[in-house]
Design a protein around this ligand. Structure first.
Ligand code: ATP
Ligand code: MG
Length: 446
């Protein structure tokens, strides 16, 4: 029997988030799943902005919803994403076929083609935001997740390929992740379409000879997209994959020269890497350089960042042919890694907590707090009254370094008491309120 909506409990039960889509919350909000808190996100955001600016990349924002055809055409019809991971729907208002973006590259390329943006020369761009894939939610894999996405359009490389990889390393380093220890670089070249065709034939022959050993997925891929068989995570398939012909052995002199020039720059910059001949990436649009930054700390969701060259995509989406390279970095995975490693992260605690024993004095206190904030000091104001003891408890819990006490005594004398909260040995002192701006400086230095 069909379930009937019940007037009592069912209609009043709280609504929850869509499965696999998470709230990003302050650390003070307890949650069952161990996900990075909002302070971590906020800090990451600042580091990203700073690093990308230093490499001369410009910020752009494109829509979260795009025409479905963009991804089908851009990513390839037989990719995992297009076959089974896209949130696609028909706009009930006008019948348009739309999709929540599963990745950012196709949308950025669409925007640049639409605005004829490469007319004045190549562009270095970045964006950050939510992506959507209908996958089985697990640690490091969600249905709404977030990416930092970086694209350099109109550059043939390999100089910019190297720049991308070095930039990702800088970002990791400034977040406390050491390359070679916490994250490792894997590198491959997918060559050019003609080289891939020759390799593909050899690959199909190899797998056909062992057809009995192929799993269902591989059998399906054998003639549609055999390269993707190399990306299979099925352990039983690994020996067959190990023995498969390597694409690298099919590269001609130009592709090899591109790969060697990239490697020379990485070597000179001291970037360690492993050449992984089976690194193929999930989208069809890649050629030449492909790379991934991986970690062993996140189980099977070990790829933190992946990218490569996609010289054919701009033309495929309707633009004038132009080469390009880019990467997508999974923010949840990166922050989980930082959290898991227990790396030091600057907290979001305020510098000071204002204890206001008598709420009636607020008209005198508020302007002082404004002066402090104008001087750059973060002050959390106690709100809602209550006993001194409970106000101090809150001050402690806030993580602030100092409590500023605006008691009746202090206000009568025109001073504020400053009580260090984190340094047990330090003595309480008083400062004249009239000089709020001056003593603010002393609060800024720990
Ligand atoms: P995977 O092999 O883990 O499925 P992918 O090849 O599908 O990754 P890309 O399309 O290259 O991933 O996306 C770039 C990065 O985005 C990934 O390296 C990963 O860090 C992150 N990412 C991809 N899918 C998800 C997801 N469902 N949840 C969280 N992060 C994801
Ligand atoms: Mg995937």
């Amino acid at each position: 029997m069909a379930e009937q909506p019940r007037a009592d409990k069912a209609t009043t039960s709280p609504l929850t988030a869509v499965k696999g889509m998470n709230d990003i919350l302050p650390a003070s909000v307890p949650r069952s799943e161990k996900l990075p808190d909002s302070a971590l996100w906020h800090w990451f955001d600042g580091v990203v902005r700073s690093v990308l600016a230093r490499y001369g990349y410009q910020y752009i924002v494109t829509p979260v919803v795009e025409p479905t055809a963009l991804f089908v055409r851009g990513l390839g019809e037989v990719t995992d994403i297009v076959e089974k991971e896209m949130y696609s729907f028909t706009d009930a208002m006008n019948g348009d076929k739309l999709t929540l973006r599963p990745e950012a590259t196709a949308g950025i390329v669409r925007a640049m083609v639409e605005h004829n943006a490469l007319y004045n020369g190549p562009l270095r761009l970045w964006t950050m935001g939510p992506m959507f894939r209908h996958e089985r939610p697990q640690k490091g894999r969600y249905r709404q997740f977030h990416q930092l996405d970086v694209e350099a359009l109109g550059f043939a490389g390999p100089d910019v390929d190297a720049e991308m990889i070095l930039m990702a390393r800088t970002l990791c380093r400034e977040l406390g992740l050491v390359d070679g220890t916490h994250v490792r670089l894997e590198l491959n070249s997918l060559g050019q379409p003609a080289e891939r065709r020759a390799h593909r034939e050899a690959l199909v022959r190899h797998f056909e000879q062992q057809a009995a050993l192929l799993d269902g997925e591989a059998q399906r891929r054998l003639h549609s997209n055999p390269l993707r068989i190399l990306d299979s995570k099925n352990p039983a398939m690994q020996p067959l994959i190990e023995a498969a012909p390597r694409l690298l052995d099919f590269l001609g002199p130009e592709s090899l020269a591109h790969f060697d020039a990239l490697r020379a720059t990485l070597d000179a910059a001291g970037v360690g890497y492993r050449i992984n001949p089976r690194l193929v990436r999930g989208m069809d649009y890649y050629n030449l350089t492909v790379f991934e930054w991986v970690t062993d700390q996140l189980g099977s969701q070990g790829t933190v960042c992946g990218g490569g060259r996609y010289d054919g995509l701009i033309e495929q989406i309707g633009g004038k042919p132009a080469p390009a390279v880019g990467f997508g970095l999974g923010i949840e995975r990166l922050l989980l890694l930082i959290q898991e490693l227990g790396l030091p992260v600057p907290g979001g605690a305020p510098a000071a907590y204002a204890v206001v024993p008598d709420a009636a004095t607020l008209p005198r206190v508020a302007p002082v707090l404004e002066t402090l904030r104008a001087a750059g000091v973060s002050v959390l104001m106690h709100a809602g009254g209550g006993a001194m003891k409970s106000q101090f408890k809150k001050a402690d819990a806030s993580g602030a370094r100092h409590a500023l006490i605006f008691g009746a005594d202090e206000l009568a004398r025109g001073v504020v008491a400053i009580k260090p909260l984190r340094d047990a040995g330090a003595a309480q002192r008083s400062e004249p309120i009239a000089e709020a701006a001056r003593w603010a400086a002393s609060l800024l230095t720990p």
